[in-house]
Design a protein around this ligand. Structure first.
Ligand code: ZN
Length: 137
């Protein structure tokens, strides 16, 4: 694990917090995510909870970004409703984010401990899907 830290994209955190505070209502939508695309755009989304495995906000934002032509994401953050602040990605999202965007930075922590870390730091000894595809290397 590296100790590499990057400046926190506070505008991104504010964007996710705004969506969480404004559009997360009821039990279906409890988390918001914001992603910074390589071209500078910010894309936001909320989770779509369902007991069958509805996607987390991080996964919805990947699709929302792609739908807008933003296929390269540089930084992502998720913020919870009810003023829960920054929430780290779950295990499934860590794996997806690593496979989709190996150089992605993820904003985690709270208060003075808020920081941006490489997604690979969140999944030590991680399984890299690309290494195991039939057409790999
Ligand atoms: Zn998740």
């Amino acid at each position: 694990m590296t100790t590499q830290h990057h400046p926190v994209d506070h505008e991104l955190v504010r964007a996710a917090a705004h969506v969480a505070g404004t559009h997360c209502r009821g039990e279906n939508h409890t988390m918001a995510a914001a992603a910074r695309a390589r071209d500078g755009r910010i894309v936001t989304a909320v989770n779509a909870y369902h007991f069958t495995g509805g996607p987390c906000a991080e996964l919805v934002v990947i699709g929302a970004a792609a739908a807008q032509g933003a296929h390269e994401l540089e930084t992502i953050v998720a913020v919870g409703d009810r003023d829960r602040g920054v929430v780290p990605p779950c295990g499934r999202c860590r794996q997806v984010l690593l496979d989709y965007f190996p150089t992605l930075r993820v904003i985690v922590g709270s208060g003075d401990g808020i920081r941006a870390v490489p997604v690979s730091d969140l999944l030590p000894e991680g399984y890299v899907w690309a290494d195991h595809r039939l057409d790999a290397g």
